[in-house]
Design a protein around this ligand. Structure first.
Ligand SMILES: *Cc1c(COP(=O)(O)O)cnc(C)c1O
Length: 405
């Protein structure tokens, strides 16, 4: 399918280009030393990860350890209540550890193993990426250093405990505001020193090339499975697919399976409390082009041009930018990006729980909220929603802030 001058038959092989660009977005904006490390990973990716041995190992791990394939569920009662549009969910909440993040963490850690690295390094904000990577490190017997700000360590005690139980070393980052940004800085600095023995593992389709490509490719299992499953269940393609976008990895995973199809694709960002800067994290909706954390994309900036403070009820979505591929697909118009606010999200959280017996992660509830809106608007057809994770991690927050409805 040709869309806006791009042939989507060959898109996944052509983008990013050899320098790591999706159009003008992406690239490798890091120190010379780290550039060398990124080249090493890129080369390893194209040789090791494309070998049948690596692919065979990864497939076995996904089947025997992760519990893949995850199913697609027909949301029958919810669909019936809303009218005639049929809603379906790709159940990444049933992936081991309860979210899609393990899809790329197992891939990254397997690559580390093949490259002969001893350690994986990453930062984490809410702790979800840290837990997924600590899980992968435990599975492969790799050391694991997770950089985390003091503020986040205090807020995310259960995830800190999980990482430690899994054998990871949680490195406290105390300087500056002591949150995610400082943790990223320190993790990068540590990696620059240790890259001979260690590999950096990014938590989404973010960061310098090759990470946006690598994470997309590891997540593409979601879209490949979902497309096959949906066809087997209904005999046709969905009319629309929906995923929430923080950094954008669960979305790219689902979308990559459908980019070449006549399917409407929606990426949903968090509008939080409203449109004022600081009240949301809808970077593609309200941001502008800029470079941060080693890549060029669309980002929310403050008055000094630095990454702006952001907010979302879902801690996994509060990042001031999105992956470069999303910026590209946004400009192309192949994916439509839209927003839902906290209130719509929390309504959808309870609605899916009550109607279907599935408690979604608050991140995923953004996609559910939009799927519900679409169903009302479309009148007929089908919508496939990516349920990126389960809501167990959000129970305390929901009960404290919203009670039980
Ligand atoms: C981390 C997380 C997200 C956001 O990350 P993406 O890279 O945008 O997918 C979404 N859902 C869940 C459940 C998460 O844990």
């Amino acid at each position: 399918m040709i869309f806006n001058g791009i042939d989507f038959d060959t898109y996944l092989k052509k983008f990013p280009d050899d320098k790591g660009y999706f159009g003008k977005y992406g690239g490798v904006y890091v120190s010379e030393e780290l550039k060398r490390a990124m080249m090493e990973i890129t080369e390893a990716y194209f040789t090791i990860c494309k070998s049948s041995k690596f692919i065979g190992d990864l497939r076995r791990i996904r089947r025997e350890f992760q519990g893949r394939p995850t199913p697609v569920s027909h949301l029958e009662r919810l669909s019936c209540k809303l009218g005639s549009v049929q809603l379906y969910a790709k159940r990444e909440d049933l992936n081991h550890t309860g979210a899609h993040k393990l899809n790329h963490c197992m891939g990254e850690a397997l690559l580390a193993k093949y490259m002969g690295k001893k350690k994986v390094i990453a930062e984490t904000g809410a702790g979800q990426h840290g837990v997924a990577l600590a899980t992968a490190a435990a599975y492969f017997g790799l050391e694991c250093d997770i950089y985390m700000g003091t503020v986040d360590i205090k807020k995310q005690a259960p995830n800190v405990a999980r990482m430690k139980i899994l054998g990871a070393n949680v490195v406290e980052v105390k300087h500056g505001l002591a949150t995610l940004k400082e943790a990223v800085d320190d993790a990068f600095a540590a990696y620059a020193k240790e890259y001979k023995d260690a590999i950096y593992c990014i938590g989404s389709v973010l960061g310098p090339h090759p990470f946006p490509m690598m994470v997309r490719d590891f997540q593409s299992v979601v879209g490949i499975e979902a497309r096959e499953q949906f066809m087997a269940m209904t005999g046709e393609l969905p009319d629309a697919i929906v995923a929430c976008v923080g950094g954008g990895s669960n979305a790219m995973g689902l979308f990559s399976g459908f980019l070449n199809d006549p399917v409407d694709i929606y990426g949903i960002e968090p509008l939080g409390r409203g449109t004022a800067l600081g009240d949301h994290a809808a970077s593609l909706q309200y941001g502008e082009e800029g470079i941060m954390h080693g890549f060029n994309s669309i980002m929310l900036k403050d008055e000094n041009g630095d990454p702006a403070p952001v907010y979302s009820v879902a801690s996994g979505l509060d990042y001031p930018s999105s992956g470069p591929e999303h910026a590209f697909l946004h400009d192309l118009g192949r994916v439509k990006y839209d927003v839902v606010n906290d209130e719509e999200t929390i309504d959808a959280f309870f609605e899916l729980s009550r109607m279907e017996g599935i408690i979604p992660a608050i991140e995923s509830a953004h996609a559910v909220a939009y799927g519900i809106k679409l169903a009302k608007k479309m009148g007929k057809g089908s919508v496939l929603i990516n349920l990126s994770g389960r809501g167990d991690k959000d129970m305390d927050y929901i009960i404290e802030n919203y009670g039980i409805r």
